[in-house]
Design a protein around this ligand. Sequence first.
Ligand SMILES: [Zn+2]
Ligand SMILES: [Zn+2]
Length: 244
Amino acid sequence: MTEQREEELMALEAIFDPSDLEIRQDRCGGKIFIAVDLEEDRQIQVLDEHMQITVHHLPKLALVFTYVDGYPEEKMPEVQIECEWLENVLLREWEAALSDLWQKRQSFGEVVLFEWCQIMKEKSVAMLYAKEFSLSVSTAVLQRIRTYDRIIRGLRMRSCEICFDELLGATFESGSAECNHEFCPNCLKSHCEAKIENGQMTRVLCPSPSCGHPVDGATMKRLVEPKHFERFDQAMLQQVVRSV
Ligand SMILES: [Zn+2]
Ligand SMILES: [Zn+2]
């Protein structure tokens, strides 16, 4: 009986990345982190009572398990799903679904944790891909989701929408503070400088088609050549003076 559990733990150790698996020292339980992988073009709307953001990545779900006497022959492990961006009601429903799977398969006396992880993955992906799905969360959770998304996006290779070069996500620049469109610094620089050279200083917009948000001054200053920034800065100043 304990041999089967030990084999199960060793299989999990072989399958999961060490950062996704915390096995208790007594080897009677642990925690498995499950990434919810969305395709690059899939975005999730996340809102609190003040604002709405769009993200590509959500923090991992965690399956906390404790072995009990009689597992896997007669009993299932104690299980709890942890995820701060999902409602508790839903988490309890998913736990019930895991329990159902166990009930169905009990006669086989097989270990179940890996299959449970797969089910959680399927359920979360099915939910996140549902039409017009959005997440309502507290402000603190929204901030943590935003930070997580930025970190993960920064670590991955992505292709620039304009030149199609593959670059590390962290090197990308936002078109505007008000939108989530990002481009490689070279493309955004060329775009801004071309607009300035054409005298369209006050209409330097995010290059994403139909976006319409202006590229902000700080981004402009960081990217374009000083002589271009000077022209841009002058034009903005004149615009302010004229509007007074
Ligand atoms: Zn580019
Ligand atoms: Zn944009």
